[in-house]
Design a protein. Sequence first.
Length: 310
Amino acid sequence: MTQDLLIYAPEVAEARAKGTAIVALESTIITHGMPFPQNVEAARAVEAEVRKAGATPATIAVMGGKILIGLTDAQLDALGQAEHVMKLSRADLAACLVQGKMGATTVAATMICAHLAGIDVFATGGIGGVHRGADTSFDISADLPELGDTPVTVIAAGAKAILDLPKTLEYLETRGVPVIAYGQDAFPAFWSRDSGLKAPLRMDTAADIAAAQLMRTRLGLPGGQLVANPIPLDAEIAREEINPAIEQALAEAEAQGIAAKEVTPFLLDRILELTEGRSLASNIALVLNNARLGAAIALEIVRLRGPQPL
Ligand code: PSU
Ligand code: MN
């Protein structure tokens, strides 16, 4: 019944049949995170990076009442250029399917769809979190409870400083989500390798991260893991350079009364404009880096568990 809703791209269907490593990729980053045509170019480059690392990419989106697990070239082009694509989180997924609209999956919705497709690992750029001023706005991304509920390991470059990072970590701790910094002690902050906060956990190998997810399954613990992978050194943007753009974007959002689902896309868009595209190159570099680590973790899961054809 559920499987009727899913359409697998040919390479993903083949990987599932063989039980080889698959890495899920989200599509909100394409529709609401980067401008056309860089968004489509970046999406293709990320998929190529996953293949180069020996795994199969599965970019997830919703079209024509179906969940696409892996997009064809034409579908990716259509998605990258379309206007009025729905931004799908847990709350919107069913409505989008029923209404036959085009939808891009956020971290939360991509986790749900990846899990339905039997995919354990998902690489992206940044996750949503507790927004600054959440004590009055109540703005907490649905990505956070999803990490507590759905057993997918998510690789991100930490969270952007548009968020309240200490509160984001507190929320994840409450929901029992392991937050694992890769190869360092500090929790990374997207454009910078160090947020000034210590990550709750540290792991230095993809094998450990894979084993920890399998251990959670053995323990009967639901929910995923957040792997915080620092941006490559040469792509890092100094805090002095990015902070003014962040502060200005936040002030504009407040002045214009931006709320709910629009907040994050508005901030991402403004920061990009304010840094004149400087942040886009870094953004792409960190997603590629996360795709490589995601592939390595997915390969380790297959190695440790043995191939499980689906
Ligand atoms: N943060 C980023 N880049 C992104 C997003 C967040 O640095 O692309 C996107 C992701 O799709 C994430 C979503 O799941 O925004 C979170 O939106 P919200 O804060 O409305 O939950
Ligand atoms: Mn929100």
